[in-house]
Design a protein. Structure first.
Length: 267
């Protein structure tokens, strides 16, 4: 039985250290990664834990690619996010926006008290994105930490693996997420129930990427997914994990070495 194996968990999992070890850690060049996931319905075929599971797996892949002295430390994932757009469906366990804001601020304050200078809010649920952007700034102001943001959904993962149209409309539980979960934990996927549902998204200014309207999942889809889950494969999932792990590892190294003071051109 192996759970949480690899460098991420064996070497770089911050809470595996004792109080003394954390105290003695040289912190100046460190980055602490807080994965923020969700527990929410992902259609009839995927586990509700999909987003948190994907976050853990991508980071496990990314940490394998970091040098020994990278100074990047991993926190346990927050397994619940702001999933109010899925609240009416069983399987969804959501924080309210206020709760998630307070949880993030408390984590930031705790890290700041311990002397850590940099925090990454690593997100794998689209519904968290706006709140996390706002909280990155709030934590910066409240604690003085340098706070980074990364959305797995914004990494442009899937080029050459997932078809372009599916990448545009497969927002939730489609080919990408289903392939990833197949690549991570195939026994948790019911492929015989995998839906194919494509909403009639409007174009022009109302294009989804403009965030021109607020929506809940039942506005978009009857099955609880958007996209084509039926074409997902374990092989695609493995490619996505490799691709995503590489992209994330490169970004983590940039963040760990970044000094906010370097931005201003004058004092
Ligand atoms: Zn998801």
């Amino acid at each position: 039985m192996t759970r949480y194996a690899g460098k991420a968990w064996d070497a770089c999992f911050l809470p595996r250290l004792s109080r003394l070890e954390v105290q003695r850690l040289p912190k100046e060049e460190t980055l602490v990664v807080l994965p923020v996931g969700a527990t929410e319905q992902h259609g009839p075929h995927l586990p509700s834990f999909t987003d948190t599971l994907i976050g853990e797996a991508l980071l496990t892949e990314a940490f394998e690619r970091l040098p020994e002295d990278a100074g990047v430390w991993l926190l346990p994932p927050i397994p619940f996010g702001k999933s109010t757009e899925h609240a009416e469906h069983p399987g969804t366990i959501t924080f309210s926006a206020e709760t998630l804001m307070k949880v993030l601020l408390d984590v930031g304050r705790s890290l700041s008290r311990a002397g850590f200078p940099r925090l990454l809010l690593f997100n794998t649920h689209g519904g968290n994105a706006d709140l996390l952007n706002m909280m990155a700034r709030e934590i910066r102001i409240d604690c003085g930490l340098t706070v980074f943001r990364m959305d797995a959904g914004g990494l442009k993962m899937g080029e050459g693996v997932i078809e372009e149209e599916e990448r545009r409309i497969g927002l939730h539980g489609g080919d990408l997420e289903t392939s990833l979960v197949l690549g991570i934990k195939s026994s948790w996927v019911h492929m015989e129930l995998a839906p194919h549902e494509v909403p009639n998204f409007p174009g022009g200014y109302l294009d989804l990427k403009n965030k021109a309207y607020g929506w809940v999942m039942s506005d978009l889809s009857a099955s609880g997914i958007t996209g084509d889950a039926s074409i997902a494969t374990e092989g695609k999932g493995e490619l996505l994990l490799t691709q995503g792990g590489q992209m994330i590892a490169e970004a983590l190294l940039e963040m760990a070495a970044f000094d906010m003071k370097s931005i201003r051109s004058r004092d």
